[in-house]
Design a protein around this ligand. Sequence first.
Ligand SMILES: Nc1ncnc2c1ncn2[C@@H]1O[C@H](COP(=O)(O)OP(=O)(O)OP(=O)(O)O)[C@@H](O)[C@H]1O
Ligand SMILES: O=C(O)[C@H](O)COP(=O)(O)O
Length: 153
Amino acid sequence: MPLALELMEKAKQKNVNLILPIDTLIADAFSPEANTSDVKSGNIPSDWMGLDIGPETAKLFSEVIKNSKTVLWNGPMGVFEMAKFEIGTKAVAIAVVEATKNGAFSLIGGGDSAAAVSKFGFEDQVSYVSTGGGALLEYMEGKELPGVKAIAG
Ligand SMILES: Nc1ncnc2c1ncn2[C@@H]1O[C@H](COP(=O)(O)OP(=O)(O)OP(=O)(O)O)[C@@H](O)[C@H]1O
Ligand SMILES: O=C(O)[C@H](O)COP(=O)(O)O
C-alpha cells in the first residue's frame, strides 16, 4: 500500500494519467462455483474477494485502450482461467485487438497475459506477444538484462 500511494503521488507530479478500477466483481470463494456480485471498488466485504474488474471498469479501460497508439499490457484483470472471472480480461483483450486494427502497436507480456490472449484466440491480432513478464518490464525500464548483454557481446 505505501508503494502504491508513492506511485500515485509520482504519477500526479509527472502528469501521468493513472486510471484505477471503479467497480469490482467479487466472489465469496476462489472457485468457479462461487457466488458473485458487482460492487464499487472499496466496498468489498471483508469475507469476499475481488476476482475481476466490474463492467463499468471494463468499459472505462476499453475506451482508453481503443484511443491509444501504443499499448503495453502486463497482467490479466482477474482470474481469467475461470469463466466467471474472465469477462474483464476478455474486454481488455478485445479493446487491444481493436486498437491494433486502428494502427496501434500492442505488446503483451507475461506468461499469464500471453495465456489469456491465447485462450481468447487473439494471438494473431496483436502486434507482439512476449513470454517475458518481469524481465520485459525491466527491459522497458532501461535495465540491462544479462542474457541480452551476452548475446549482444
Ligand atoms: N484477484 C485475484 N486473486 C487471485 N489471483 C488472481 C487475481 N487476479 C488475477 N489472478 C491470477 O494472477 C495471474 C496473473 O498474474 P500476473 O498479473 O503476474 O500476470 P503476468 O504478468 O501475465 O504473468 P507472469 O507474472 O507469470 O509473467 C493469473 O493466473 C490470474 O488468475
Ligand atoms: O510465466 C512466466 O514464466 C513469466 O512470464 C516469465 O516472466 P519473467 O521471468 O520475465 O517474470
